[in-house]
Design a protein around this ligand. Sequence first.
Ligand SMILES: NC(=O)c1ccc[n+]([C@@H]2O[C@H](COP(=O)([O-])OP(=O)(O)OC[C@H]3O[C@@H](n4cnc5c(N)ncnc54)[C@H](OP(=O)(O)O)[C@@H]3O)[C@@H](O)[C@H]2O)c1
Length: 297
Amino acid sequence: MTGVIVIGKTGQLARALANRAAHHNIKITSFGRSDCDLSAGSTVIEQFANQLPACDGIILAAAYTAVDAAEDDRDAAFQVNGVAPGIFAKACAARDIPLVHISTDYVFPGDGNTPLTPDADTDPVNAYGDSKLAGEISVSTSGARAAILRTSWVFDGDGKNFMTTMLRLAQDRDALNIVADQFGRPTYAGDLADASLVAIKKLIIDRKFDGGTYHVSGTGPVINWADFADAIFTKAISRIPHTVNVGRIPSSAYPTPAKRPSYSVMDTSKFEREFSHALPSWEAGLDAAYQVWAKRA
Ligand SMILES: NC(=O)c1ccc[n+]([C@@H]2O[C@H](COP(=O)([O-])OP(=O)(O)OC[C@H]3O[C@@H](n4cnc5c(N)ncnc54)[C@H](OP(=O)(O)O)[C@@H]3O)[C@@H](O)[C@H]2O)c1
């Protein structure tokens, strides 16, 4: 069985990787914050990365994901998202093992209106996006054979995310105002895990394949956050005690410390073509996540 190390243990993707690995005939060994705090100095991370057990490949699933907090905490966000991935990538290059690194749609400025291909111009509008772009650069210049997978709007049925927040709020609110001028496509963590495992497997098996930068999101309709809330409430109709009216508001009516891109829809065709892997729709992902949520609620 192929042995893959995952950096990250408790996050949405890390948990989904642990759940999905056996379907890909992969054995996962996960390392979390208690094994190595990625905001620690580079020397600590270097020592940890260079002493990892033997494996066939590494997936970086941990990240500083608090988009608003990153505005005032730039150093930690840059250390975790910008510097640490480069250290792991250099360790991979030195040991000749491949790497899958996860990045974000927030590397884009979001001022367009057609799906973004992986070679579209980047220009983040917030500190989190800046830090993730720094991570992409440090991985792609490390000499490692690496696939960088940019994803968007990640959700599952049992983590802390937009879907579970909406379902929690809906229990005692019958009206919610949700931003309706940011467009994207949600990604079910299980589908992102499958894509990451497909990618690492190809890098392990095909040693002539150098990887590159790819877009991985749910396919299906382009939506805004208010549309997503509506879809979530429709799905959970039997578990919500009343109708929830979704008010559609502009981002300007919901000020946040970090600006968000208005349009970050990603064209996933390069990933689907090069890895011969069809990405499921976010609607199918919502079904799957809802089943998980409903069992626990
Ligand atoms: N969530 C999204 O909507 C979204 C959108 C686009 C891209 N992405 C990218 O997708 C990837 C997976 O995200 P996710 O949704 O699984 O994130 P998540 O659920 O927020 O999990 C983040 C993980 O990173 C770990 N982490 C954070 N700071 C750390 C540190 N200093 N040292 C060690 N571990 C640390 C967290 O550990 P603790 O539990 O100990 O804090 C947690 O396990 C990330 O690269 C993220 O940037 C996510």
